[in-house]
Design a protein around this ligand. Structure first.
Ligand code: FAD
Length: 459
């Protein structure tokens, strides 16, 4: 981007809505991963027309454009790795329509996840995916990364709720996908192409989401197990018992130790904990589900079981799980936090496999995650200022990805590929599948101007 490009962008978005001040360029060179690269400028567009004009300019002048929500990507997806213009969607933050009788909302991409939940609460509805970053991340970012959360086993991920999109294509054309109906079997599914596309195929400018009535009754329990296999079998038994728990979280022995020693949690010295929540629209429904869970705990010789009597007691159990990531993260200056995912029955294999990989390494690590949908979060702590540690930790990560894919798993259950996992795409996707992804990218973005360098889409 040169001065001429910057002037043209200022003219499109207005003088006050473009910056190339050093402080902004440094801020926008990061997301929440350990990657960084400075952009040439940042624009704050007001609508799809402005974005369309920017994309036309970017094609004429051949500079990269990187859509950005809140910059909470853990995969480097929002880092402007080849410079260019960051498009911060913060001004496009309006909830356009809440249509309860249709079970739908229409939002702009810069709406923060929690703001939508707050707006929906009085009507008793919610948008269920619930990413842990929900207080800050945007719905545009959620759609672009197919974000998920702790309730995925029962309620699925963002993809399951996106009905229609408005997208500015890389050449500036404005496209409308999908339907305002709850279902449609009409034509190829152009909406899903953009869900999880990490801003490489188009800039999402309007989103129509399906919403759910909010459950009103909950039961929560925490159980400990002497062996990982017992916990794994309890997960299998719960999933076979005819109910779907709304939360089914697992924490292995390192996580438990870190929580005991560094957070003061009153936890037994065991190999695994399961935190389970059942929900419903009546107490009886939630209670019935928890009865099945209790049977699975007993059948697998749970060492201790804490059943929360009310929301206050449940909150204490939740606090333990929520603390796991940040308490462990504080052990060293840096951490590598992954979201590898396997079929539910393979969770114990993945846990044991990662534990074996770490034998002989000096790095503290913890593993916890969503056993109910097979999504684990291994976290390895290290000092990023030491190049040897960085190298070693990335070697461990590569082995972990090989292990995951060998178990029939996926590199990313929720964070996306971005820069961090681009080198490993071939472990999961066969050459023909990679070629199809590249073909789609080339067809929509022949000049490779939209978020280039991500997801191994360049030959
Ligand atoms: C503490 C913490 C906890 C987290 N917990 C979870 C979790 O539980 N579940 C989960 O899924 N993720 C989680 N994440 C990761 C992250 O929050 C999600 O990936 C989130 O969806 C990103 O939203 P964002 O608005 O920050 O997007 P950004 O990080 O700004 O962007 C992410 C990607 O989306 C693209 N993008 C953003 N907006 C648009 C748009 N309008 N059009 C096209 N492309 C766009 C960007 O180009 C980029 O490729 C967590 C991150 C942190 C830091």
């Amino acid at each position: 981007m040169d001065q001429r490009d910057k002037e043209a962008i200022r003219e499109i978005v207005g003088e006050d809505h473009f910056s190339d001040e050093l402080i902004d360029l440094v801020s926008y060179s990061y997301d929440s991963s350990d990657h960084d690269h400075r952009p040439g400028g940042v624009a704050y567009p007001a609508d799809s027309e402005q974005i369309s004009r920017i994309m036309q300019l970017a094609n004429e002048r051949r500079f990269p454009v990187i859509p950005r929500g809140a910059g909470t990507s853990l995969a480097g997806s929002a880092v402007p790795i080849q410079g260019g213009l960051v498009l911060d969607m913060v001004r496009m933050n309006r909830i356009l329509d809440i249509r309860i009788p249709d079970r739908q909302v229409v939002v702009q991409p810069g709406v923060v996840y929690a703001a939508l939940q707050k707006a929906l609460a009085p009507s008793g509805f919610c948008f269920p995916p619930d990413p842990a970053s929900g207080k800050v991340c945007t719905l545009g970012g959620n759609v672009a990364t197919n974000a998920g959360g702790i309730r995925g086993a029962k309620y699925g991920v963002t993809r399951d709720y996106v009905l229609a999109l408005e997208v500015v294509l890389p050449d500036g054309r404005i496209m409308h996908t999908g339907t305002k109906c709850m279902k449609s079997s009409s034509g190829l599914d152009t909406t899903r192409i953009f869900v999880g596309s990490e801003g490489v195929l188009g800039v999402i400018t309007e989103i129509t989401l399906k919403i759910n009535p909010m459950p009103t009754a909950f039961r929560t329990a925490l159980a400990s197990f002497e062996t990982l296999r017992q916990a794994g079998q309890a997960v299998t038994d719960i999933m076979h018992s005819g109910i779907l728990p709304s939360v089914l979280e697992i924490m292995e022995e390192n996580t438990i130790r870190v929580l005991r020693e560094n957070y003061g949690a009153d936890l037994p010295d065991v190999s695994a904990l399961l935190l389970v929540e059942t929900d419903g629209y009546t107490d009886g429904e939630a209670e019935y589900g928890m009865g099945k869970v209790a049977t699975a705990f007993e059948a697998n010789q749970a060492k201790t079981v804490s059943m929360a009597k009310d929301r206050e007691e449940a909150e204490k159990l939740w606090a333990i799980r929520r603390a796991a990531g940040s308490v462990a993260g504080g052990l060293r200056p840096n951490n590598l936090s992954e979201d590898v995912t396997v079929p539910i029955s393979k969770v114990p294999d993945l846990l044991e496999g990662i534990q074996k990989l770490m034998v002989g390494h000096k790095y503290p690590f913890v593993i916890f995650g969503h056993a109910g949908d097979g999504n684990l979060h291994p976290k390895i702590m290290f000092d990023g200022s030491d190049p040897q540690q960085v190298r070693e930790v990335h070697q461990i990560a590569e082995q972990m990805f090989k292990l995951t894919c060998g178990l029939g798993g996926t590199l990313s259950g929720e964070h996306g590929i971005g820069l961090a996992k681009a080198p490993y795409m071939h472990l999961e996707h066969e050459p023909l599948a990679m070629e199809m992804m590249r073909l789609l990218k080339r067809t929509l973005d022949p000049n490779n101007v939209l978020n280039p360098g991500k997801m191994a889409l360049e030959d």
